[in-house]
Design a protein around this ligand. Sequence first.
Ligand code: SAM
Length: 248
Amino acid sequence: IGTLYIVATPIGNLEDISERALKVLADVDLVAAEDTRHTGKLLSHFSIKAKTFALHDHNEKQKAQQILTWLEQGMDIALVSDAGTPLISDPGYAVVNLCREAGAQVTPVPGACAAIAAVSCSGLPTDRFQFIGFTPAKSQARQSFFKEAHESGITSIMYESTHRIMASLADLQTALGEQQQVVFAKELTKTYETFFSGPVCELIAFLENEPERQRGELVLMLPGKNQVSSEMTPEAKQLIGLLEGEMP
Ligand code: SAM
């Protein structure tokens, strides 16, 4: 029986692909991709010739059975999504679930994930956090979603689409008040990477001042209720002092 590799691809900067990912993509018999054209471009950028197979949310259940059959025939298969780690708000769940249940070997080739990249630079507590996917589409549901996230008492990470960000922030403000702290991370690893942390009313003003700031891919983070960010250690303070001295 073959191996199913779950391969992470970059979320913007192509240099973030791992050596192992390139090797696996070049070596497997087939690459199952969310969008074969998109993945085709990535593969050709790295001069990898691979057979691709389309796997998206609409056909995933039927295609999962096909993938399992191929693994049983001894083929090695890589599963990729358009960006980042497959299955993280991306297709792949039906395939991995079926293959695991059937006893096939499923192994990760880890790499970029927008949620993890965002929270690692957010300044929010990371000892405990939750990833809660995309915010709901309807206003009422969104307000409850934000309240629940905040009530959890731990850092929440969520994905948001560019055309919904302003409506979503308005709901966050209604649900938790205009002084609620948030962290916004945009276009991670790309030219216009931006982080903003502060009260939600200031983030709204920041995005309204220059509407192009609303465009692009973004992650929204919310600290948990009663969550105090850990005091900076004396070593960290000293290091910041040293770094500031080096700044031009
Ligand atoms: N599987 C991907 C991952 O591991 O991050 C996420 C796929 S999901 C369909 C796409 C969403 O991820 C975007 O709407 C955005 O919220 C977030 N995202 C992806 N790339 C990003 C980036 N470079 N900067 C900020 N957010 C990003």
